[in-house]
Structures are given as C-alpha cells and as structure tokens.
Design a protein around this ligand. Sequence first.
Ligand code: SME
Length: 151
Amino acid sequence: MTKKETYQNIYQQILAVTKDESDLIANLANVVAIIQEAFHFHWSGFYLVKDKELVLGPFQGPLACTRIAYGKGVCGSTWKDRKSYVVADVHQFEGHIACSALSNSEIVVPVLKNNKVVAVIDIDSTEFNNFDHIDQSELESIAAYLGTIWP
Ligand code: SME
C-alpha cells in the first residue's frame, strides 16, 4: 500500500470510530492510536489551545512537554501562523522545543474551528526528512474533519 492509500484507510477508520461519539478526548485518543498503528512514528499527539497556551492532549510515545506558549517552537508557530509546518531537520528550526532528544524531523498541522486554531496535530520522527506534502495534505484532511466535529 502506498502512503497515500494508508492515509485514506486511516481517514475511513477515523470517520468510523468518531462519528457516533461526542467525547473529544475519547475521539482524539483513538485518532492518535489509529495514526500510530499505521505508521509507528516516534511520537504522535495533540496539543489543545487553552487560554494562552497549548496544553498536551492525547498522545502516543515518550513523555512530552505539557505546555507550549503561543508562537514558541514548531507547535506554537503553527498556532500563531495558522499553517502547517513540515520540518526536515528540527535542529535547524529556530526555537524548536526538544521534548525528545531522538526526534529529528517533525510535522505540525493546525486544527481549525470557525477559522480559529483549537489544537495542533504534532508528529515526530527519529528519521530526518521523514515528512512530505503527502503527510501534510492527508493530515490536513484529518484536521479539517476534526474541526467539523470539535465541540
Ligand atoms: N517539538 C515540538 C514540541 C512538542 S514535542 O515534539 C512532542 C515543538 O517544537 O513545538
């Protein structure tokens, strides 16, 4: 299966497991589980916008920073700029927050509800340059769907 086909599969799984469930945390936890089961990334998870910070949400992987300020790191930049970041080498990203010394590349995609960022999807890899436009567009599709079911 190609990467795009795998993403299309997991999109269908995400729709199936979330469509009859209204609890946000339960749904985000299953979304991360579905992503991880398919791709086995180093770390996959959500940070949720709460007041002036991003706060750690459901994730799979090693323990992570709990709070990230607006505009800080890749996640805070995604929130501030309301756009995805695909970072081939996190060590070259000004202000990158190293939650795990093993992470070398990262993708962060915003979840928007009514044009406001409500969360970000953050995925880290131990490989350099692990993410491309396919990861970006497919994760943006998942994020767009989540925006429609966000409470
Ligand atoms: N590296 C992220 C912080 C979150 S961890 O990767 C889980 C950043 O720079 O925003």
